[in-house]
Design a protein around this ligand. Structure first.
Ligand code: PRP
Ligand code: MN
Ligand code: MG
Length: 181
């Protein structure tokens, strides 16, 4: 079988860097939410890996729920059109919500999601994102817990896909242009 890492030109952030940064973020989150309930909302499917690792690193009691929204389809460009494919099962009234995302690219997905969740009567809504591409931003997003800023390249791995593949890479890397050209 073909080694999927062979389709990368570069590893941007490796497994250990991700683990260490998530641990740092978890210590801050535990402090910020001390004595409070915390609902983690993962955005399917990209956030699956970061949600699994973040949730297990936290010693804080949490609950988890999931939303599936899509703005990309199979292309490499954000369309800005957000669709709910699966909504939350949880009533957000009075809850402290932390949205967990793999990446903020244009920011259009989170900007829409933030407004949507805030309209449901939560006590608070904040964002935790592993990655952000400042050069790709089309809207300003206030991210309370950020892993890494990265260059504006096509990255895959650790949840991030190209055409649904590469999500299972343990690192975040740059996809070789010949793969998506
Ligand atoms: C990707 C990524 C973020 C979003 C970021 O999801 O996981 O959710 O795009 O892009 P934006 O900041 O430009 O809106 P995608 O829509 O590809 O779905 P997926 O998580 O199922 O891969
Ligand atoms: Mn996503
Ligand atoms: Mg995607």
């Amino acid at each position: 079988p073909r080694d999927i890492e062979g389709d990368l030109t570069e590893i941007l952030i490796d497994e250990e860097q991700i683990r260490a940064r998530l641990a740092e973020l978890c210590r801050v989150i535990e402090k910020d939410y001390a004595g409070k309930d915390l609902l983690l909302v993962g955005v399917l499917k990209g956030a699956v890996m970061v949600m699994a690792d973040l949730a297990r690193e936290l010693v804080h009691p949490i609950t988890m729920d999931w939303m599936a929204v899509s703005s990309y389809g199979s292309g490499t460009q954000s369309s800005g059109v957000v669709r709910i494919l699966k909504d939350l099962d949880t009533d957000l009234h009075g809850r402290n919500v932390l949205i967990v995302e793999d990446i903020i690219d244009s920011g259009l997905t989170l900007s829409w999601l933030l407004a949507n969740l805030k309209s449901r009567g939560p006590e608070s809504v904040e964002i935790c994102a592993l990655l952000r591409k400042p050069a790709a931003a089309r809207v300003d997003i206030d991210v309370k817990y950020l892993g890494f800023d990265i260059p504006n390249q096509f990255v895959v791995g650790y949840g991030l896909d190209f055409d649904e593949r590469y999500r299972n890479l343990r690192s975040v890397g740059v996809l070789a242009p010949h793969i998506y050209a």
